[in-house]
Write a protein that binds this ligand. Sequence first.
Ligand code: PLP
Length: 766
Amino acid sequence: MASSANGNSDDVDEKITTTTMTGESFRRITTNPTTISSNSIWTNMEMGAFSRSSREDEDDEEALKWAALERLPTYSRLKKGFFVTGSPGNAREIDVKSLGFQERKELVDRLVGDDEEDLSRFLFKLKNRIDRFENLNVEAEAYVGSRALPTFLNYCFNLFEGFFNFLHILPTRKKHLSILKDVSGIIKPGRMTLLLGPPSSGKSTLLLALAGKLDPTLKFSGRVTYNGHDMHEFVPQRSSAYVDQHDLHIGELTVRETLAFSARCQGVGPRYGWEGGLKPMDAEQLREYGHKMVDFIADYYKSIENFPVLSEVEPGYLHKLLPDSAPSHPESLQHIFDDIQTKILPGVTHWQSPNYFAYYPSNSSIAGFLGEMLSAGLNIVGFSWITSPAATELEIVVLDWLAKILNLPNEFLSAGQGGGVIQGTASEAVLVVLLAARDKVLIKVGKNALEKLVVYASDQTHSALQKACQIGGIHPENCRLLSTDASADYALSPAVLGEAISNDVANGLIPFMLCATVGTTSSTAVDPLPALGKIAKSHGMWFHIDAAYAGSACICPEYRHYINGVEEADSFNMNAHKWLLTNFDCSALWIKDRSALIQSLSTNPEFLKNKKLPLMLQASQANLVVDFKDWQIPLGRRFRSLKLWMVLRLYGLENLQGYIRNHIKLAKHFEELVSQDPRFEVVTPRKFSLVCFRLLPHNDEACASKLNHDLLDIVNSTGKIYISHTVLSGKYVLRFAVGAPLTEERHVNAAWDVLQEKASTLLGSM
Ligand code: PLP
């Protein structure tokens, strides 16, 4: 039983005064109900005088309308109904025999819609009600003693006797019983009260009386009101949360839901997030909301092609749509989902759309997503081994697995002096190795030599290197971004590097780091690692390889040769979050000499020492374990290895190789399409899944940039695809990167159709 049947005077508001009747306290509503306006339909139904309670509850109107319907003659009642659309009280009468299209749609929506949310609304509506009963008397005439036994003989006797009683021939032998006598009280469904009493004390009769479901043979007197409305005005089942043992009073509710509701109102039970004290990690609420969120995300992926790939909003759009300040009170999850649909998703560029071909991909997958979920669920902060041994150890194991898949030299494995670590991004990876390289050389040449340190890379190197130099105190002029050109497919020339180093050395500078790239951001250029590595070694320089994008392709034996020469490297980095189905962020960095990294990045503050811990737990101090805090910039770190682990286990290497090969095949297909159209050219030979191409200039090279720029704008503004651009040797070039997990050949073909169509329009208008 989940209703309040007490006369607790705290329960009601100021407008109610307390009276005492038959030993029970209750309050009387002193405000007279006022008449509310009603539309003609309801006036015709003799319900023109809807009274409204002092609470001005709009929902009452709905309940009253239902009551009016319930009292119609059966035939008319079957034909009538009404929809509640939008806000409460916004009810519209309908004739169920002649439903229009919109009404049918609304009906179906409502039937298949989120009834949980409806139920919640219904319950909260009930919560604010004050239901009262005054001077209830329920009496019965019944046989007692042996005559009341359910035997066949008694049945026959009672039948005959009843007939003769009716004819006033025989006096009745039924005894008069009083089941409820002068019972009064107040009910607030928002409060859960146990209605206790010995068997046959009338508990069920009271509930049935309140629900208007008393057996018609019982004699009933007294008054039951719902928010000031009399019983005859209301359909009681729609007005309160009374549930009997058989769970019949309210079709919409089960006993469980009613209990859950009452519990929630009091801050206990599974779904109290909104009302009671905040309990932010209740397992049942997590389960319920988590399922809803997964459903939401699954639906997103199902309908992802319906969104414009590139967001079309104006800068500052969201500021206009959201309130100025955070809510003081909790809001419903449904409300938030609605906002995500209407306000957030329009401002999302859909990286996971199969029509996304811009920049480099950032893959999501079910495995990656599950790992991310688990990581969020455990929410550890694994800076040192003891803060979550599994996090550190799984990271070591998984990066060893991936190193072996990539066939990296053994020195990169954890068993030796090196090992792998997961950084957030390739930018962080290059920064930490730059710091290690800097400090290593400064130990040799003296700390005052900082301004003489020079770093080398090609002009195609990602700007992350420049940023690392800025952070690491390397003088901007000492960051040599050496020229590349089309003749070497934009790869760094060893000769150019050698010459630059010689010049710098001659000028008293100190070369300390070389950063080579396998798969440059602009055009997937691959620097010649073996030759570059040798040069770096001969000058005692740190050799870092950035394979952020193309590293994933090297899990396939046929592409592994692109990282030949990695044996010469001191560090190697690839982003599993780009093209290896591991949700952002997961950037794998391997290093041959981990002590160099630790030397640069380790701090050993007192609060992190394990002094008071047992010997086993003093592992960090004893250098028995890895503390990844010393391999990265921040202290805290997430359990990111779970994602990669899930990906490697749930998919297996062969599937991952197939995934990479398929994207490369699709890119090759696109490249062929481009080559077959004489209006276009492929600008650099394709190596992986990126095609660099452009619309050929009509007359002069100067107009080519504008032409391709316009083409890019036009195709992206269709919302059908999203591509990006780069500049190679001064040419404005379009980039088509295949790599979204849902992309199939049909998407590539459709993208090419869009490009061709818009190119025709552009060229036609010239
Ligand atoms: N290096 C290369 C070759 C890249 O292509 C990118 C990004 O696309 C980066 C580094 C930077 O990646 P992150 O965002 O992980 O720092």
